[in-house]
Design a protein around this ligand. Structure first.
Ligand SMILES: Cc1ncc(COP(=O)(O)O)c(C=O)c1O
Ligand SMILES: NCC(=O)CCC(=O)O
Length: 429
């Protein structure tokens, strides 16, 4: 595979874009080498600027659950763009979006649209703090909730990949209000609340952790968080920016049957355009302006073109059998990987939920804690990543990111991915 055009663009990009990228996770720092520059996507496939084709398991970091350039999404965007790109005033389509979200995610009585996942989580924690009159926030090590100051403390995703989980620039006075606890460790949460419980505004959690690779909740963990929040009257926030409409139509909360007070959404809900949302119980949501005192706003919030893309994406997902099919494909791919790794004598573990997978080069019996993730063989992942890339399979360029399967990955795509993996495993140091 040749990457001459990508290489030339990356040289050019570095002159006027810090690190040549508009988001650090794109920079290949976690795997070495240079990022690929893309030109076109269709269904489950991507083409780079050198004309190479890839099977895509990044899906624009989640939104493209129906594949790239889905005709329904593209048409909805074109039709709305022809009417207006936006008004900064109320529209019918944003009302339709709110109605749709509250129908699909029953824990949400009301919802407000924003333009990114970061805005959604930032707004949700401000609301939780304003509503409870408390400052402290509990999050979990290795979870990523966007780059708002309070949340960039022991964070996952690119912050973890680059080794700056707690970012310089976050004032210590603010960071001191963020308490980090180990994911899947309910006893630690109980102990923390016993000490600080009535000062804690909220717990924010990825109900399936997808920013330290993929780590599902252990049985009882989410239920336990719900019970603790009930007892201390803290707000339980499920950050479903990644899992919303990906693991089930109602998100991880539907999959596990645990109801949060507030939910944050992003990615799929925008169909590939910049959209986020936060919503929940009416009593809490009515605390934001203009009904309540907590301020939250946005020039582009509820943008009609973005709403059109998101609604088209959601309509596709409402069709019967979509998530069953997605679950089967995700499992077939990951179990296939496990079988091939075993045959090649490579210690390998998988975590799988519908539409999301985690692959770990490790001989530990399970991976459900942050330490277990960190103990996996990152060097081997790097070599695996580049072997797959060279054979036309595009995975997230970090050992600490979840993979995504879309509704349009075919059996042929999965077979081709497994064939590539078999070849890579044959020579994997
Ligand atoms: C769980 C989670 N929350 C929040 C975010 C932040 O979203 P955004 O990148 O759109 O700001 C992300 C991903 O980036 C995420 O995975
Ligand atoms: N799982 C990591 C992300 O989704 C973040 C993407 C980005 O920050 O560009």
């Amino acid at each position: 595979m040749r990457h001459e055009q990508s290489h030339a663009l990356f040289q050019q990009a570095q002159a006027h874009i810090p690190g040549g990228v508009n988001s650090p996770v794109r920079a290949f720092r976690g795997v070495g080498g240079e990022p690929v520059f893309f030109e076109r996507g269709e269904g489950a496939h991507l083409w780079d600027v050198d004309g190479n084709r890839y099977i895509d398991y990044v899906a624009s970091w989640g939104p493209m659950i129906n594949g790239h350039n889905h005709p329904d999404v593209v048409r909805a965007v074109q039709e709305q763009a022809a009417r207006s790109l936006g008004f900064g005033a109320p529209t019918a389509i944003e009302v339709e979006m709110a109605d749709t979200l509250c129908r699909l995610v029953p824990s949400m009585d009301k919802v407000r649209m924003v333009s990114s996942g970061t805005e959604a989580t930032m707004s949700a924690i401000r609301l939780a703090r304003g509503y409870t009159g408390r400052d402290k926030l509990v999050k979990f090590e290795g979870c990523y909730h966007g780059h708002a100051d309070s949340l960039l403390v022991k964070a996952g995703s690119g912050a973890l990949t680059l080794g700056v989980p707690t970012s310089p620039g976050v004032p210590a006075d603010l960071a001191q209000h963020t308490i980090n606890l180990p994911y899947n460790d309910l006893a630690a949460v109980e102990a923390c609340f016993a000490q600080f419980g009535y000062d804690i505004a909220a717990i924010i959690v990825e109900p399936i952790a997808g920013n330290m690779n993929c780590v599902p909740p252990e049985r009882g963990f989410l239920e336990g968080l719900r019970a603790i929040c009930d007892h201390y009257e803290s707000v339980l926030i499920f950050d479903e920016v990644m899992t919303g409409f990906r693991v089930a139509l109602g998100g991880a909360q539907a999959l596990y049957g645990v109801t949060p007070d507030l939910t944050t959404l992003g990615k799929v809900v925008g169909g590939g355009l910049p959209v986020g949302a936060f919503g929940g119980r009416a009593e809490i949501m009515d605390y934001i302006a203009p009904l309540g005192p907590v301020y939250q706003a946005g020039t582009l919030s509820g943008n009609p073109v973005a709403m059109a893309a998101g609604l088209a994406n959601l309509r596709l997902l409402e069709q019967r059998g979509v998530y069953e099919d997605l679950a089967e494909k995700t499992l077939a791919l990951s179990e296939g990987m496990q079988t091939l790794a075993e045959a090649a004598g490579i210690p390998f573990r998988i975590n799988v939920v519908p539409g999301m997978f985690g692959w770990f080069f490790t001989d530990q019996p399970k991976v459900s804690r942050y330490e277990e993730v960190m103990a996996s063989n990152v060097d081997r992942f790097r070599r695996f990543f580049h072997g797959m890339l060279e054979r036309g399979v595009y995975l997230a360029p970090s050992a600490f990111e979840a993979g995504f399967v879309s509704t349009v990955h075919s059996t042929a795509d999965i077979d081709a991915t497994l064939a590539a993996a078999e070849a890579v495993f044959a020579n994997l140091e």
